[in-house]
Design a protein around this ligand. Structure first.
Ligand code: ATP
Length: 339
């Protein structure tokens, strides 16, 4: 097991804006750290530099406290699983898993033992004789993980490993992967652009945009206390509402926006004039779309909240003071404290 650290890690392709821009990151020993951000923000490039597949333009990578920037991937005790599992189609599952061990001349008895162990942990014992094409996407993903696991790495680097699965399988694969990581305790860095995956799996999330870390922290902190308007609107579905407010921007989550007079009114509630235009019923919840002045906002209620919301007329809605977040209008950065 080992910590992973980057210091001022930068990658510039040609004359473009850096794909990864001076990133300082520390994943603690045994931590599950998620790199989350939109397409093209530099997540994969960052992961590839940590893995030794991409030489950095500047900066360093440390694994277990040792600088490995100039070491090849195989010297880093790292296992990588990518979006495309790249299993060898003509080999059985067993041979696929055995492949990296054979390459390292691991003795046969030990190899068999390690494969049996990984197959048991990942629940693929009954598929060992099959070819990859005879497996479902989720089973193939587990084989790819098993192949990474038998090498007994200090660090797992996973790049959107669940993206080939359908929604239902993704949910169970998320659960399996997280349980597996907890039981094995291997430091894991996991790249995704899916906020549900990030929120559900990460001990901490690093939110990345344009090659820079905008915020890093536990999922709840990122969601409740976004550092800027990018993070505020990248997490949450629907995202945080942002409303122009004198010289700042005020933000609040859709679930904190209620009709005045409901939800135990408090003195410190802030009232907003709200005009609702449309209601969406989603089974477990209701979304009410509308406007505060010229800003579009959404209210979210559990479906058990049956209160009728009238459309197209001025209403009074409220947000508790503690749920209001203020941001600088120019920079988008969070302003300290309530105002
Ligand atoms: P996605 O979620 O779409 O995979 P990402 O966040 O992983 O995106 P990267 O693949 O790291 O993003 O790419 C970051 C930026 O670097 C992009 O603008 C991309 O076009 C650019 N880039 C990546 N690899 C190269 C390369 N080999 N040569 C030139 N530019 C590259």
């Amino acid at each position: 097991m080992a910590s992973v650290e980057t210091r001022g890690l930068t990658k510039q392709f040609g004359e473009h804006q850096p794909a990864v821009d001076r990133i300082d990151l520390l994943a603690a020993d045994g931590e599950f750290l998620v790199l989350l951000g939109p397409s093209g923000c530099g997540k994969t490039t960052l992961l590839r530099m940590i893995g030794g597949l991409e030489p950095p333009t500047s900066g360093d990578v440390l694994i277990g406290g040792t600088v490995v920037t100039n070491l090849p991937p195989r010297a880093r005790r790292i296992a990588m699983v990518f979006q495309s599992y790249a299993l060898y189609p003509h080999m059985s599952v067993y041979d696929n898993i055995a492949f990296p061990l054979k390459a390292h001349h691991v003795p046969k008895a030990e190899m068999e033992q390690r494969i049996a162990w990984a197959a048991r942990i990942l629940g693929i014992e009954e598929y060992l004789k099959r070819k990859p094409r005879q497996l479902s996407g989720g089973q193939r993903q587990r084989v790819a993980l098993a192949r990474a696991l038998v090498r007994e790495p200090s660090v797992f680097l996973l790049d959107e490993p669940l993206s080939n699965l359908d929604a239902q399988r993704r949910a169970s694969a998320r659960d399996e992967l997280q349980q597996f990581q907890r039981s094995i305790g291997t430091t894991t860095i996991y790249v995704t652009h899916d906020q549900v995956e990030a929120m559900g799996m990460g001990d901490r999330i690093a939110v990345i945009n344009q090659g820079q870390i905008r915020q890093i922290g536990p999922p709840r902190e990122i969601y409740d206390d976004p550092a800027d308007t990018f993070v505020a609107t990248f997490l949450g579905s629907p995202p945080m509402n942002l409303v122009n407010d004198d010289d700042a921007i005020v933000g609040f989550r859709p679930e904190h926006f209620h009709p005045a007079g409901t939800h135990q009114p408090q003195d410190s509630d802030r009232l907003f004039p709200f005009v609702a235009h449309r209601e969406e019923y989603l089974g477990s919840e209701r979304l009410i779309y509308g406007e505060i002045g010229s800003d579009k906002v959404v209210a979210r209620f559990p479906a058990t909240f049956v209160h009728q919301i009238e459309m197209g007329v001025p209403l009074e809605f409220k947000v508790a003071q503690r749920d209001l977040k203020y941001f600088d209008r120019e920079t988008g950065l969070r302003l300290e404290g309530a105002r």
